[in-house]
Design a binder for this molecule. Structure first.
Ligand SMILES: [Zn+2]
Length: 375
């Protein structure tokens, strides 16, 4: 346990007066937090135990399935101190679970701080030589890929991240960085090491390759078509949306305009289709999970902007909660609000199933059973 966790000796028992939103269609009237755990039944307590009463709708801590801890603005200042500050910024917006979708530095020491969000690391990005942001990834050629996947699978928390496509500066166009055999070999190496593998993908042509290979998750997935939406739904592979980032495609297009006009046109087309495509994926039954892509280009602390983007794509408030709270926990194997689960939760005064913006106004944040933010 960390030495800089909030002092709490011992933490008072919390009585959450609810309702407790266990899932999209499941709620109970109240719950308790004792010894860092959620209890659905009132526990036996020694006489004189301090009980703190908290009112409000209780939801699991939000999850960010795609951000980068430790990567400072424009890739600069990549340090553990930066990572810790970013994690605290995210925590204070209600994000209590992070899957880091690629980190330049080893952030595993952050997992020992009980005052920080729970962190599931992907290791370092794996990218084709000169086909990603400079300095971020292990840059490789196809013959090196399987061994690199195995190595990242061992040093991460069971996830590997492959950069599937990027601008090919010689072609002047967005293209897959690997062929079907490379994707398949990468997925096989990850699965043999007991890990799951995900891919950064913008381009239409990358998605069939990743789906054929049996990838476990898709990041951004701006190139989804009717055909690949149907395949993604059929394979039950989630898509991590990152719509705030996709909104930034206009600036990538503008930067590349003169040298790479076809690339610029493509990026603008992907950006313009973002809400329709997201809505179509939802309609087809694709599981959508929230990711901010914060760190590097976008600042941390933007989860609520991403939720607003999902609303613009037509998701209901309950669907947004599914994508940001209940769904990601089930997908990552992290408990939510079930009896005995670690108490990582938010209290909000208005019903977030009616309007997701209620999540912006949190009265309390409870992490590991301790009130880390709130009156
Ligand atoms: Zn990213």
């Amino acid at each position: 346990m960390s030495t800089d966790a909030p002092e709490s000796s011992p933490s008072p028992v919390l009585h959450l007066r609810g309702p407790i939103l266990l899932g999209a269609e499941q709620e109970i009237t109240g719950a308790w937090v004792v010894g860092g755990r959620i209890r659905h039944e009132r526990p036996e307590l020694p006489a004189g135990t301090e009980i703190r009463e908290l009112d409000g709708f209780v939801v699991p801590g939000l999850a960010d399935l795609h951000c980068h801890l430790g990567i400072g603005d424009d890739g600069a200042g990549t340090t553990l101190a930066t990572a810790r500050d970013q994690a605290l910024t995210d925590r204070d917006t209600g994000v209590l679970l992070v899957r880091d979708a690629g980190s330049i530095i080893d952030t595993s020491s952050l997992q020992h701080h009980s005052d920080l969000p729970r962190l599931i690391r992907c290791g370092r990005h794996l990218a084709r030589t000169r086909r990603y942001l400079r300095g971020y990834a292990h840059e490789l050629e196809p013959e090196e890929l399987p061994a690199a996947v195995t190595a990242e699978a061992r040093r991460s928390d069971g996830w590997v991240k492959l950069v599937g496509d990027w601008i090919d500066r010689d072609a002047g166009y967005l293209t897959p960085c690997w062929d079907g055999e490379d994707f398949a070999a990468a997925a096989l190496a990850a699965h043999e090491a007991g890990a799951r593998i995900t891919t950064h993908t913008f381009d239409e042509e990358t998605l069939p390759l990743a789906l054929d290979a049996g990838f476990d998750c898709l990041e951004h997935a701006t190139g989804l078509t009717d055909e690949t939406i149907a395949r993604t739904a059929e394979a039950a592979v989630p898509v991590v949306t990152t719509l705030v980032n996709v909104g930034e495609f206009e600036s990538y297009a503008a930067q590349g305009e003169t040298k790479f006009p076809a690339y610029a046109t493509h990026m603008r087309r992907l950006r313009e289709a973002r809400y329709d495509r997201t809505g179509n994926a939802r309609d087809a039954g694709v599981e959508l999970l929230v990711g901010t892509d914060a760190g590097g280009v976008l600042g941390h602390g933007i989860i609520h902007d991403e939720l607003d983007e999902l609303a613009r794509a037509g998701l209901s408030a309950t669907e947004i909660l599914q994508s940001a709270a209940w769904g990601p926990r089930a997908f990552l194997g992290v408990p939510g609000l079930e009896d005995g689960a670690p108490a990582d939760l938010l209290l909000v005064s208005e019903d977030p199933r009616q309007d997701h913006r209620a999540l912006r106004e949190r009265s309390h944040i409870v992490l590991d059973g301790v009130v880390v933010l709130g009156r």
